[in-house]
Write a protein that binds this ligand. Sequence first.
Ligand code: 2NL
Length: 369
Amino acid sequence: MQEAPEIETLKSDALARIAAAADLAALEAVRVDLLGKQGTITALLKTLGQMSPEERLEKAPAIQAYREAAASALADRKAALEAAALETRLASEHVDLTLPAPQAPRGTVHPVSQVMDEMAEIFADLGFSVATGPEIEDDWFNFTALNMPESHPARAMHDTFYFPDQAPKGGRMLLRTHTSPVQVRTMLADGAPVRIIAPGRVYRSDSDATHTPMFHQIEGLVIDRDIHLGHLKWTLETFLKAFFEKDDIVLRLRPSYFPFTEPSVEVDVGFALVNGKRVLGGSGDESGHGWMELLGSGMVNRKVIEMSGLDPDECQGFAFGVGVDRLAMLKYGMDDLRAFFDGDVRWLQHYGFSGLDQPTLSAGVGAKA
Ligand code: 2NL
């Protein structure tokens, strides 16, 4: 019974030390001192094991009470110190919600996709819809329906990628060499009138600085009762002015030959040499100017209209084809076509477009992020 007052003293000392701990580190030191492996309370508890049952019954309650008081004082003090630390942080730190968020890494829209989107927008304003079709075609849709006879040089193995297997209806399967088969399919499926553009990948066995075996093309087709060359010229002029965002785009129509059009017309656009660079605009006939061949076109050959299931005495129309990759290079100033398909992220970051841009005239065609 004489040890109880001694424990009371130990207890009030311990509680005073706990109350005096100024921060969490000091409090932890006190806890280790009292309740750690070598702690004084731990040592006291161990003495209980050496006592006789009678003595233990007498002394245990005071020692246990001491341990519990210390443990609960430690927990209270810890909570108080943590709350105080939080208060201090809240008072000194704040979140500025007006700061811009850090830029998340974001991919870019490839210039080819951008140009296709821009063209789809411009032609949509002219009443054209977008038609798509298979990249693996049979030679009837790719060649025969387009009035390209068996002897046509484009059919040769060294120009066209053929598959080893036969087409279901006979003939041969191939990678389409132009998107014209999409237009034939549209005429067969929907009949006249037709007002479509057909964008997509096309393939030719060709590879050098200015040719890749896969490239992109957009063809356009208008079929109705009285469509004539004037509609073709106006449509292409209106498109090119919108696409290059320039009013002084001058077209020169030159007679040409394609098996699928009659007459066929090559379309040149005037350019000026500015610091040795070609800049579209103005007549190519002025001094220091020139003409650049930009697209091929013509009035759809009546044989093609016939093979597409329409009556060439009832309807006629125009068609054109243009290389998307070259248009992109002209508009956005890349000089190496091969870089288009290397997938170099640095090139894409430099020449690519924000996916959030609207490729419309009102949002500014080609506006960079
Ligand atoms: C070029 C020439 C052209 C067409 C494509 C076409 C499609 C049908 C019927 C008639 Cl379904 N023609 N397409 C017509 C003329 C030229 O492309 O140099 N492209 C890069």
